[in-house]
Design a protein. Structure first.
Length: 154
């Protein structure tokens, strides 16, 4: 873990850092549905030809963004997308169909888990809406372990 942190210029947020060091680095049984990927890995469906991931660059979002509904020209939106997928986060896993769970490792939302898909991105946690789960890695895992749907807020 220390080598990974030094290579990427980040210190992983707790309790994820302790989880990887003392419990396990990845799990085929989840969370999410397709398993928790090991620290230095990416899901099989991540895709080739993506830009280099820059974990020390701050994650650019602080609130939900649905780029599918963004009124700006597509060319302008496209320029903003790569940093959302590739800066300031590690990929925890996927629920398939291009829906990825990221742990933010740098920037204002450090320690929060975000769901990022082809349509948009949003933080996990009751304070952000859409779910009753607690924010952060521990809340995300607890919500999954309880068998609750990710987006269970009425």
């Amino acid at each position: 873990m220390h080598v990974f942190e030094a290579e990427h210029g980040v210190v992983l947020p707790e309790p994820y850092r302790t989880f990887v060091a003392e419990i396990c680095d990845g799990s085929c049984s989840g969370p999410p549905d397709h398993g928790l990927v090991p620290l230095a890995d990416l899901p099989d469906d991540w895709g080739d030809g993506r830009p280099q991931r820059v974990l020390a660059s701050p994650f650019p979002l602080t609130e939900m963004w649905s780029w599918e509904e963004d009124p700006r020209p597509q060319e302008e939106v496209d320029l903003l997308l790569n940093p959302v997928f590739d800066h300031g986060s590690i990929v925890l896993g996927t629920d398939g169909c291009g829906m990825y769970w990221h742990l933010i490792v740098s920037g204002p939302h450090r320690g929060h888990v975000w769901q990022i898909s082809g349509e948009g991105a949003g933080p996990f946690g009751a304070e952000f809406g859409f779910t009753t789960g607690d924010p952060g890695f521990a809340g995300w895992v607890k919500h999954w372990a309880a068998g609750k749907p990710w987006f269970d807020a009425a």
